[in-house]
Design a protein around this ligand. Structure first.
Ligand code: TLP
Length: 353
């Protein structure tokens, strides 16, 4: 349930990862039937994996502790050491995962600039694919992110995703999708997530962001990919035992929490429109398609501004000297947006004085 907060409660917009499990999740967790999942004997994990595969339009799925692990083992399942992965310079895999795919998988990253809409220019992707030459690594994987976090939660359309998959396959590459927020993309576009993944070879999709599960992501692909990912999950220490306790919340997340993401998108839109009216703030509400609002200030005061806002119970993340990210989620109601805008404009005015 969306929670509308009173004026003095903390409004935490640092991330949708902060969402708390719902009552229905807690009840499902208490009741969950469990077994040892490393033996493949946890019925609740098995049910989550079946359901996730169905929703994502893939043959099989695997429950993993985090989106970071989902991406890591997906990349390692597709690539050997020294192989090359083409991905955006703004990709979470490149930017925020400690270079784990290079450190642990030996996978060489070839970054291309993301365009403002989150996409990669497919002509540049094609040009980046290596020819067979003893000097070069082997191009093995294209990785896309949908929604694209650092580009402002932008959605990549089914047409773009299909064209990227066709291009990758035409050159013998696989396509992995970091779909941490694929549910947001699907809701924003009004299409099932499977439609966005047609042609993709794998996806990592989070249950613990806007969908509010306490822990976990799923990776999905064909049976052979998932079998490799299952082995790699064990190698990186992600083999869990009676994991049905947390998978139960994931089932509720998939069944009950996807459609309501539209509320988060509407609130992000309200926030962006309000911010756009303030002097010294620049944001394009038309570019805010999901629940992530990135905006710029005309001066390098992002950290100081966020610190003062935090003292007043409004939490946002500075993303650079003059840029800030605010994320809407289930604990940010439409009433909170009005409150946040008032606080923000007060603090901004005080800083300008
Ligand atoms: N993103 C987090 C931070 O790591 C930046 C956030 O607050 O947005 N892919 C994408 C696109 C993500 O945004 C994230 C988390 C992940 C993967 C990793 O998921 P977790 O946190 O479950 O490892």
């Amino acid at each position: 349930m969306a929670s509308e907060k009173s004026g003095d409660a903390v409004v935490d917009m640092r991330s949708d990862t902060l969402t708390q499990p719902t009552e229905a999740m807690r009840e499902a967790m208490v009741r969950a039937e469990v077994g040892d999942d490393v033996y493949g004997e946890d019925p609740t994990v098995n049910e989550l994996e079946r359901l996730a595969a169905e929703r994502l339009g893939m043959e099989a799925a695997l429950f993993v502790p985090s989106g970071t692990m989902g991406n890591l083992i997906s990349v390692m399942a597709h690539c050997g050491r020294g192989d090359e992965m083409i991905l955006g310079a703004e990709a979470h895999i490149f930017y925020y995962e400690q270079g784990g795919s290079a450190a642990l998988g030996g996978v060489h990253p070839r970054t291309l600039p993301n365009r403002a809409d989150g996409t990669l220019d497919l002509a540049q992707v094609e040009a980046a694919v290596r020819e067979d030459n003893a000097h070069y690594p082997v191009s093995r994987l294209l990785a896309l992110e949908n929604t694209q976090n650092r580009c402002g939660g932008r959605v990549l359309t089914p047409e773009y995703m299909a064209a990227a998959a066709d291009l990758a396959h035409a050159h013998g590459l696989r396509l992995h999708v970091d779909g941490a927020r694929i549910w947001n993309a699907a809701v924003a576009l009004g299409v099932p997530p499977a439609r966005l993944l047609r042609g993709a070879d794998s996806v990592s999709a989070c249950l613990s962001k806007g969908l509010s599960a306490p822990v976990g992501s799923v990776v999905a692909g064909n049976r052979e990919f998932v079998a490799r990912a299952r082995r790699l999950r064990k190698a990186v220490g992600g083999g869990m035992r009676q994991a049905g306790v947390i998978a139960a919340a994931g089932i509720v997340a998939l069944n009950e929490m996807v459609d309501r993401l539209a509320e988060d998108h509407a609130n992000a839109q309200r926030l962006a429109r309000g911010l756009a009216t303030l002097d010294g703030v620049s944001v394009d509400p038309a570019a805010v398609q999901t629940n992530l609002v990135y905006f710029h200030l005309d001066r390098p005061i992002a950290a100081a501004l966020c610190a003062t806002l935090a003292e007043r119970g409004v939490l946002m993340s500075p993303t650079g000297a003059d840029s800030i990210r605010a994320v809407t989620h289930r604990h940010v109601g439409s009433g909170d947006i009005a409150h946040v805008l008032t606080m923000f404009s007060d603090v901004l005015r005080a800083k300008a004085a």
